[in-house]
Design a protein around this ligand. Structure first.
Ligand SMILES: Cc1ncc(COP(=O)(O)O)c(C=O)c1O
Length: 387
């Protein structure tokens, strides 16, 4: 008998595990590693946020099952959405999850019936696919191509596919491509969702890490968005709270109710101190967000600018904490190129193929080290003879 259910065959041993094994070997051999693979922010959370968590963690009552979202946390999200994005929400339109990863991972189970199509980006953030698969959805990918600004061409998706679609996942600014989307893209998508009766799930992970002059936005601020969709709003990146797991699923009440009903069978709520940290983060001063955005921009400039200088013409990322670099033309495999880069320079990046077939031909760098280190990285790559 095999322990593993067949549905887990979908999650074959990924590229990330292979890369990690290689990194461990190199570290053991004393090699210096520059890990630009995983998108874990290196900025600390705000002091007052950590203090709120710590104070709550010292109270015995905090260790009970949370069971529900604190009214304070729902109110803090509603106030934040009003102030930051101009979106009016009531508490029934907001729920906490243990990070977008967890919420998205469970979403398919909450929404899909047999035969339902889930439309997902290629390349795309892997949990979109995991959630649809676990929920038994039929996954149909839409390509994100550089020539289209890494936006889907909605008219290219056949009406017969839209008619069977339960939900589409979109996310801008996008991991891994670093593209941003104009509001007109979401407006068009809302019209399609109304016409063909499907839901839009927006992963709003990076509204505060954008390098253009446009401030990030919530798609819920657009007309009729709440009728047809909801979004995940994570505190991991804007507030550097990725280890204190919390994100919010916000918008269409029926979508929120469906995910909430499923989770009521699986979970007893987010640890109170983490909810307290979320209240402190959302209600506190926000000036550091701009400082952080500028620091990411400096890193983006250091990496993209430095790579261009050594003869690797990498396009500027428009947002997120990632740079999606087209690999030099003499290579035809992102996995092979990433392996050589690691071997010769100690720089760890993620092969684009890890995000789907349309990611082939690219590697992704995370901007998770200071600009000076990224400059060092570009010099090392320049000296490696790989470009
Ligand atoms: C697009 C996207 N969605 C979600 C996440 C994970 O968010 P969370 O920490 O809330 O699970 C990430 C993290 O890198 C991401 O890039």
């Amino acid at each position: 008998m095999t322990a593993k259910a067949k549905r887990l065959d979908f999650f074959e041993e990924g590229i990330f595990i292979k890369i990690n094994k290689k990194v461990v070997e190199m570290v053991a051999a004393g090699r210096k590693i520059y890990n630009l693979s995983v998108g874990t922010p290196d900025f600390p959370p705000q002091e007052h946020v950590m203090a709120a968590l710590a104070q709550s963690a010292l109270k015995p009552a905090s260790y009970k099952y949370a069971l529900r979202d604190f009214p304070d946390v729902l109110e803090a999200v509603a106030n934040y959405y009003k102030k930051r994005f101009g979106v009016t929400l009531n508490h029934a339109e907001i729920m906490a999850v243990h990070g977008t990863q967890e919420g998205m991972g469970h979403l398919g189970m909450a929404l899909c019936n047999p035969g339902d199509v889930v439309l997902l980006p290629d390349p795309g953030y892997p949990v979109f696919e995991a959630g649809a698969h676990l929920g038994g959805g039929e996954i149909v990918h839409y390509p994100l191509l550089r020539e289209n600004g890494f936006l889907p061409v909605l008219a290219d998706i056949p009406p017969a596919v839209y008619e069977r679609t339960k939900y589409i996942v979109v996310s801008y600014p996008t991991n891994p491509t670093g593209a941003v989307a104009p509001k007109s893209f979401y407006e068009e998508l809302i019209e399609y969702a109304k016409k063909y009766d499907f839901y839009i799930i927006n992963d709003n992970a990076y509204p505060d890490i954008i390098f253009t002059e446009d401030p990030g936005y919530s798609f819920l601020s657009l007309p009729d968005a709440k009728e047809v969709g909801a979004e995940f709003f994570s505190l991991s990146k804007t507030f550097d709270l990725c280890g204190a797991r919390i994100s919010f699923f916000i918008g269409n009440r029926e979508l929120v109710e469906a995910l909430s009903l499923l989770r009521s069978q699986l979970d007893f709520g987010v640890f109170y101190p983490v909810q307290r940290a979320a209240v402190a983060a959302l209600s506190g001063p926000l000036d550091f967000v701009e400082t952080q955005r500028m620091a990411y921009k400096k890193r983006r400039d250091a990496l993209c600018g430095g790579l261009c200088q050594i003869g690797w013409p990498v396009e500027n990322s428009m947002g997120t904490m990632f740079v999606f670099a087209k690999i030099p033309p003499q290579y035809d495999s992102s996995e092979v190129f990433a392996g050589l880069l690691l071997e010769k320079t100690g720089v760890v990046c993620t092969p684009g193929i890890a995000f789907g077939p349309c990611g082939e031909g690219y590697v992704r760098f995370a901007l998770t080290q200071p600009a000076e280190i990224l400059e060092e990285v570009t010099v090392l790559i320049g000296d490696s003879g790989l470009i």
